[in-house]
Design a binder for this molecule. Structure first.
Ligand SMILES: [Zn+2]
Ligand SMILES: [Zn+2]
Length: 165
């Protein structure tokens, strides 16, 4: 449970939000729908009252993933931002989209039926820091850093959003 004011947004900066409500039920969800929606093995989410989640820039786009629920994302860059039951008073925010991804730590896991069986093994593989490898798949990481179009991890007055497709 976290009562601090948190900010976050999508990768390109077209959608920014602020959380003023108390967050609760921080969790990972390994269900097949969260895997698809996140393009990943699981999603990390925390709940907050819909009234305590304020969009401060742009507009969230929605995919109605089932009759009772929908998923919110940035239509410009594709970042998943929200999962929610339409009829409920709470929404769920993706923890990776927070400006401070360490602000909330998951305490529950759902969707055990589709959790990838090798997940723990994958996470115990020795890790390398990104800049350790000056060239990864032909992409020069120094060039990535110097031409980074990702929105910074804080609110900005104006953000150029001039990235090419
Ligand atoms: Zn975006
Ligand atoms: Zn799920």
């Amino acid at each position: 449970m976290s009562t601090q004011t948190l900010s976050g947004g999508c990768q390109c900066g077209a959608v920014r939000y602020r959380i003023t409500g108390t967050t609760f039920l921080p969790h990972t969800c390994h269900c097949r729908m969260c895997q698809k929606a996140g393009g990943n093995y699981f999603m990390a989410l925390a709940s907050v009252a819909k009234a305590g989640f304020i969009v401060t820039r742009g507009e969230i786009s929605w995919f109605r993933s089932s009759e009772p629920s929908r998923r919110g994302f940035c239509s410009r860059c594709g970042t998943p931002l929200i999962y929610e039951a339409v009829a409920r008073d709470n929404t769920n925010v993706t923890l990776g989209s927070l400006d401070d991804p360490l602000a909330i730590r998951p305490e529950h896991q759902f969707g055990a039926e589709s959790r990838v069986p090798f997940l723990c093994e994958v996470l115990s593989i020795p890790t390398a820091v990104s800049m350790d490898d000056p060239e990864e798949d032909g992409v020069k990481l120094a060039e990535v850093a110097s031409s980074n179009h990702q929105h910074p991890d804080h609110d900005t007055g104006v953000w150029p959003m001039e990235s090419k497709p």
